[in-house]
Ligand binder design. Structure first.
Ligand code: ATP
Length: 251
């Protein structure tokens, strides 16, 4: 059970009693959690639990009503640009200008991150290749399948070698081979020190790839820990898929 402070150094992600209200609605309630460099963290929870709101706070798209959110020790509210430089984000509804091709979108993203010339060209080719976008890379986004657009969004997130990947439902639309490829690439990046925070409704995916999982329910962190041996309140213990419903279903 963990609404309290998790011990340890500030790490890649640090939510300190962060809350977010939309009008009177408390979407996130004093969230405290940390993600360390090298760690893959899965945020799970029922629809409306506050996962996308947490990502909004982490990426500076939203401002906390109370508490604070830090990325590598930088306060997201006061140092938004420095934070964004270290982030690779795939939002819940990734968007590419419909007339652009994935290659053009990657070029734009590279420019935003100050990448130029041959180094940028090489990185773009590498990402198109890594996400099997060689053919689709020169087709307009409006003509691409949902999954192919998702791959393009992922390629954009990887382009500048971020230290922290923030991925809202990254597997949505990806075929099994693309899912496996994404997992392998994220693991490769965490081995060299990057951190990953992702949301998912696939509990088995969290169990398979996450080092730690947080379960959100109605804006509150109900449990956080190893998804293969998660300890909840009232003596609950087991795999995430066993504990989840006990934590999130009303009696
Ligand atoms: P899902 O699994 O359905 O994507 P989620 O866990 O990502 O859900 P959020 O999108 O963070 O949940 O929403 C948390 C709560 O905040 C919900 O009750 C939602 O209706 C509310 N909410 C989200 N965005 C807004 C907004 N812009 N204005 C008002 N309420 C909002």
């Amino acid at each position: 059970m963990s609404r309290g402070v998790e011990e340890g150094h500030p790490g890649a992600v640090q939510f300190d009693a962060a809350s977010k209200k939309y009008g009177e609605r408390l979407a996130l309630d004093t969230l405290t959690l940390r993600v360390k460099p090298g760690e893959i963290f899965a945020l799970v929870g029922p629809n409306g639990a506050g996962k996308t709101t947490a990502i909004g706070l982490l990426t500076g798209l939203l401002t906390p009503t109370a508490g604070r959110v830090l990325v590598f020790g930088l306060d997201v509210s006061s140092e938004p640009l420095a934070v964004k430089r270290r982030l690779g984000l795939v939002p819940d509804r990734p968007w590419i200008w419909p007339k652009w091709t994935p290659r053009e979108a990657l070029r734009f993203t590279g420019a935003v991150f100050g990448m130029t010339g041959r180094a940028l060209d090489e990185r773009i080719e590498a990402e198109l290749e890594a996400f099997s976008l060689a053919e689709a890379g020169d087709q307009r986004a409006e003509t691409l399948s949902h999954g192919t657009r998702q791959k393009a969004a992922l390629a954009q997130a990887f382009l500048h070698d971020p230290d922290l990947f923030v991925l809202d439902e990254p597997m949505v639309g990806l075929d099994p081979a693309a899912q496996r490829n994404l997992v392998a690439r994220l693991r490769e990046r965490t081995r060299t020190g990057a951190a990953v925070l992702f949301t998912t409704h696939h509990l088995s995916l969290a169990e398979e790839i996450a080092d730690r999982t947080g379960v959100l329910g109605e804006g509150r962190l109900l449990a956080a820990g190893d998804p293969r041996d998660l300890q909840g309140p009232r003596g609950m213990r087991g795999r995430l898929s066993e504990v989840f419903f006990g934590l999130t279903e009303r009696p």
